[in-house]
Design a protein around this ligand. Structure first.
Ligand SMILES: *Cc1c(COP(=O)(O)O)cnc(C)c1O
Length: 486
């Protein structure tokens, strides 16, 4: 066990020496006033430089990350993130820019934001955009506020329902509730698509919006998307697309052309910012012209002389979404990614995402159940571990056994409409060898379930910690060494 860095602390040990100050040292209690000084030290760990380096390197090698291998976590788009983006995001001219710098001193940054907004409009087929939302879920919240503003502006304030399929990502109902709306679940049909009869029955005078992920969380493209958005519009509602995972559509199809009115995009998924572990992210929202006047303040505009400025935005805007201008470093990475690939490269990205997912699906189909298989999948697919569960090996066990084989597990038990779900998204950045290695491991585990199931139910045996009681780990979090406990 590595232990915490506090367990290595030794009083008086230090990793660096600061030079003596060249300016007069003030008496802190004279500056701060009496009674404001700490009476005890902060209690930071006191370690040498090699101790600190070894501590974090040792922890780092226990971690699994996309720089180490395939990370097929469905719905999360854990693709490899080019290092060039990191160089640009860390460039002192960007990273050192103060968020309150006057526009004339930040022309390059504003130009980048303006261009990125233009690209995202082109990619999604919309006219208005905000880069402010700091995550996909905040993008959803933003989009719903736009929709509510639109209804309110037309004097149609009674619309409080958001329709969403039963396969929806968990953030969709959460954002709807936060925006003060009520969730109405729409059934999926036997093909894994929206059940049109159920949609027709539920769309009506209370419908504020439909919220849809397309391709949906089963990895299936809604083949009747034009009809779906028409039904909602005829009922007086607007259509929101959850475009968190746009890598199935890039350069091929646009939400704006499918009848959607607004969508968010996860830059930290589709546009290659490293994510997982809680951010930072960015969930820009793009919308059709009639909604643009409600977008959050401020917006970046380009003047006739080619200079850029922040415009406060119209009086109809719902205001500011968060301090400053979003997670700017994430915007830089997305800009760099789009510029590196160009239009043709973005389309190739989507094509490779689809080919990779379909290849893996075909390799695993015989060994695991595939509940929705009437056509090809998009960027991801969902297997069911039901046949294995009948033999006493659950999907959780299969996921744990994959760790022993040196892979990150797929998303499991989501979407909720598939029993023992195993949701796999290889992403476009994996080559044939790594897809095959992952498929071989999954097939080996399927054989183990038949022949030596205890190998799977006892897994993992090769990881730094074995199977945890996850609920207890959250409720009674204790990361101290045994000898540190009192
Ligand atoms: C990841 C994801 C979200 C949420 O994005 P966050 O940035 O984690 O808030 C929403 N919808 C779908 C379909 C997603 O995959």
């Amino acid at each position: 066990m590595e232990g915490t860095i506090f367990s290595k602390s030794c009083c008086g040990r230090r990793g660096m020496d600061l030079p003596a100050p060249e300016v007069p040292v003030l008496d802190p209690s004279a500056v701060l006033g009496p009674g404001r000084l700490r009476s005890a030290p902060v209690g930071l760990p006191q370690v040498s430089e090699p101790q600190a380096v070894r501590h974090f390197v040792n922890l780092g090698v226990k971690n699994y990350h996309v720089d180490k291998g395939i990370y097929p976590l469905g719905s999360c788009t854990m693709k490899y993130n080019p290092k060039l983006n990191e160089d640009l995001a860390r460039h002192p001219a960007f990273a050192g820019l103060h968020p309150l710098a006057p526009a004339r001193a930040a022309q390059g940054a504003l130009e980048l934001m303006h261009e990125l907004g233009t690209y995202l409009c082109e990619i999604t087929g919309f006219r208005g955009v905000t880069l402010q939302p700091a995550a996909g879920a905040q993008g959803e919240f933003t989009g719903l506020l736009l929709i509510r503003k639109w209804h309110d502006a037309r004097g149609d304030a009674g619309r409080v329902e958001v329709l969403m399929p039963d396969s929806a990502h968990g953030t969709n109902p959460a954002s709807s509730t936060l925006a003060g709306m009520r969730v109405v679940s729409v059934k999926s049909d036997s093909r894994g698509e929206v059940d049109l009869d159920d949609l027709k029955a539920k769309a009506g005078p209370l419908t504020a919006a439909l919220m849809l992920t397309n391709p949906n969380t089963l990895g299936i493209f809604e083949s009747r998307i034009g009809e779906i958005t028409r039904i909602v519009h005829e009922a007086g509602g607007l259509c929101y697309m959850d475009g968190a995972n746009l890598n199935a559509l890039l350069g091929i199809a646009r939400p704006g052309d499918m009848g959607f009115d607004v969508c968010h995009v996860n830059l930290h998924k589709t546009f290659s910012t490293p994510h997982g572990g809680g951010g930072p992210g960015a969930g820009p929202v793009a919308c059709a012209e009639p909604l643009a006047r409600f977008l959050p303040n401020p917006v970046v505009v380009r003047a006739g002389d080619g200079s850029y400025a922040f415009e406060p935005g119209g009086r109809e805007s719902f205001g500011r979404l968060l301090a400053f201008h979003g997670n700017f470093g994430v915007l830089v990475r997305a800009w760099a990614y789009i510029r590196t690939l160009g239009a043709a490269g973005l389309r190739e990205t989507a094509e490779n995402a689809l080919i990779n997912a379909n290849y893996l699906r075909a390799r695993l189909k015989g060994a695991f159940e595939l509940p929705y298989d009437h056509g090809p999948c998009m960027h991801e697919f969902v297997l069911s571990g039901e046949a294995q569960a009948k033999k006493g090996v659950r999907t959780l066990d299969i996921a744990k056994r994959l760790l022993d084989y040196g892979f990150h597990a797929p998303t499991i038990y989501f979407p909720l409409i598939v029993h023992e779900a195993i949701m796999i998204e290889p992403t476009e950045t994996e080559g044939l060898q790594s897809l095959d290695a992952f498929a071989d491991a999954m097939l080996a585990i399927a054989r183990e379930v038949e022949e030596k199931p205890h190998l799977v139910t006892d897994a993992p045996v090769n990881t730094p910690v074995l199977r945890l009681d996850e609920v207890r780990a959250v409720k009674e979090l204790d990361i101290a060494e045994p000898w540190e406990r009192t």
